[in-house]
Design a protein. Structure first.
Lengths: 191, 336
């Protein structure tokens, strides 16, 4: 962590090591930023909020439809620290993809919510475009089966209305949902 | 890359691989299948499931034994020697068995066993994260290897009695040692200075000896095998073969393990879709040893060893067994 904070700003051409420095500097920065405003009022209101444990989640797909919100308050998150930056990404590429490219038919995500960026041969970075993500968990399933499990789902507390009885928790087949302290509302992987 | 960048990359990669190793060990037990009412998930499972079906005509081997190493809670590393002893490692334990699975000896280490190998004199080499130790056939310690980085993660060993190769997944390099454990040189897989070298996204980085003093290195992030001479010069290899199709290697880090048969053919294992296959030395797919349906989970670390009769020994961490496969009918279709 110390190394990252003393590292100079990113060069224009990003390298894999640059991305690793980025995560050293702060995993899931976007997540935390999105939180800052939204959770502060919520934490005043409630001391506990719903979250899903990504180590228990079996990516059944219920998170997409069971939430009272449309689209769901659950979205994919990427733990760069665990990512292999692979050319063939189980979370990005469709199982039947003919080419390892960014063509629509090569992508697994139904909404095109994952951006693939070339870093240096043979490394690619994968970024969730949050506003497009519907929390279906297909990418999480692919990444867990064929990759390092760096993609995972989280209830986003900038969206979640924190129902007394979370509608997804009721149908989650592996009881991955639980109440967590409102001031630590995320259960992240890779930290 | 600057030295500082390299060191950050190396520390970061080592840390990430260690976390992944812990994560993978957690995943060794099969997880309950979830009912999938989401059509997207159901479609994905159907699409990937299609790649798990194997034409029975392509299956060249059958399982002839499944040995449970006594006292092991998991099994993640296997080796065998000329006397048909089987070495099974899991956690900090190693059990030496005869061919029937009867325990001959047991060893306990200070760190988890990450890989095993033997040499033609039946000396044993044990990878223990960032250490390598070698033992005589009676279990007496021969030497502890020197020159290995603290951050190393040794995932594979290969030994011919004169030299020992150790794959370091954290540093993405292969080290060559003398038989008494002195570091001689390092192979980084960079054909040209500044080239990318080996791509190792997760803690799977395998090596094995070829015929005529050559070393094969799995380049898992590129889904291919590369052949080197003992001085680390690239002398050949396979084309990149990414994909879920049977003849390709699925996922971002496959094949996870590989070994050589006596005729030069190569056996590989994969994670993501658990399957074991045979290729010619030049990388042409010839058949299947074990299809995905033979495993209780598709995310398994299937370490491989080949014995003196070309029987293929496979670790099955879900069942905590060494499973043994033999050729059903001899064919010469993998004779190159
Ligand atoms: S309902 Fe549970 S298992 Fe299914 S995707 Fe959501 S958290 Fe994961
Ligand atoms: S596949 Fe589903 S969960 Fe993953 S990024 Fe796309 S919409 Fe989100
Ligand atoms: S608490 Fe309500 S809004 Fe939040 S994830 Fe559960 S169902 Fe959705």
């Amino acid at each position: 962590m110390t190394q990252a904070s003393t590292t100079p700003a990113q060069p224009e051409k990003l390298t894999r090591s640059g991305f690793l420095r980025r995560w050293l500097g702060g995993l899931s920065l976007a997540l935390v930023a999105g939180l800052a405003g939204a959770t502060s009022w919520k934490s005043k209101r409630k001391t506990q909020v719903w979250q899903l444990d990504p180590h228990k989640c079996v990516h059944c797909g219920n998170c997409e439809h069971a939430c009272v919100l449309k689209p769901s308050a659950v979205k994919a998150v990427h733990a760069y620290v665990l990512c292999g930056y692979c050319k063939l990404c189980g979370g990005y590429h469709h199982p039947q993809a003919k080419n390892l490219d960014t063509a629509a038919e090569s992508q697994l995500c139904p909404t095109g919510a994952i951006k693939r960026t070339f870093i240096e041969d043979p490394f690619y970075e994968y970024t969730i475009i949050e506003e497009k993500c519907i929390g279906c968990g297909v990418c999480v399933k692919g990444c867990s089966q064929f990759g390092n499990g760096s993609l995972f789902l989280q209830v986003r507390h900038d969206r979640c209305v924190n129902c007394n009885d979370c509608a997804i928790a009721r149908v989650c087949p592996v009881q991955a949902f639980r109440l967590v302290p409102a001031d630590e509302p995320y259960l992240l992987k890779g930290v | 890359m600057t030295k500082k960048t390299m060191s950050i990359l190396t520390v970061a990669a080592g840390l990430a691989l260690t976390m992944l190793l812990i994560q993978r060990l957690r995943q060794l037990a099969p997880r309950p299948a979830a009912p999938s009412s989401n059509p997207r998930i159901a479609a994905y499972e159907e699409q990937t499931g299609a790649f798990m079906q194997v034409d029975p005509e392509l299956i060249l081997y059958h399982e002839t034994a499944a040995l449970r190493p006594p006292g092991l809670a998991t099994v993640t590393a296997v080796a065998t020697d000329d006397e048909h002893r089987i070495y099974a490692g899991g956690g900090r334990q190693l059990v030496v068995m005869d061919r029937t699975g009867t325990e001959l000896r047991r060893m306990t280490f200070t760190a988890a066993v990450t890989c095993l190998a033997t040499d033609p004199q039946n000396n044993l080499y044990v990878g223990l994260g960032n250490q390598v130790e070698s033992y005589k056939v009676d279990g007496a310690l021969r030497t502890r290897f020197t020159g290995i980085r603290q951050e190393a993660l040794i995932t594979s060993l290969a030994a011919d009695g004169e030299v020992v190769f150790a794959a370091d997944a954290a540093d993405r390099k292969v080290m060559r040692f003398s038989a008494d454990g002195v570091l001689q040189l390092t192979i980084d897989g960079r054909e040209n200075a500044g080239g990318p070298g080996f791509s190792v996204p997760s803690p799977y980085f395998d090596v094995f000896l070829g015929q005529g003093r050559t070393l094969w290195v799995v380049n898992p992030g590129r889904q291919r095998l590369e052949e080197y001479n003992y001085d680390g010069e690239h002398i050949g290899g396979w084309e990149d073969a990414p994909g879920l199709q049977l003849e390709n290697f699925c996922g971002c880090c496959n094949p996870s393990h590989a070994a050589r048969l006596s005729d030069g053919a190569i056996v590989t294992s994969e994670k993501g879709i658990a399957r074991i296959k045979i290729y010619t030395r030049r990388g042409a797919f010839t058949g299947v040893v074990a299809a995905p349906g033979m495993f209780d989970s598709q995310i398994l670390s299937l370490d491989l060893a080949v014995d003196a009769h070309d029987r293929i020994l496979v670790t099955d961490p879900a069942r905590v067994k060494i499973r043994i496969f033999e050729l059903i009918n001899y064919t010469d279709n993998h004779n190159e």
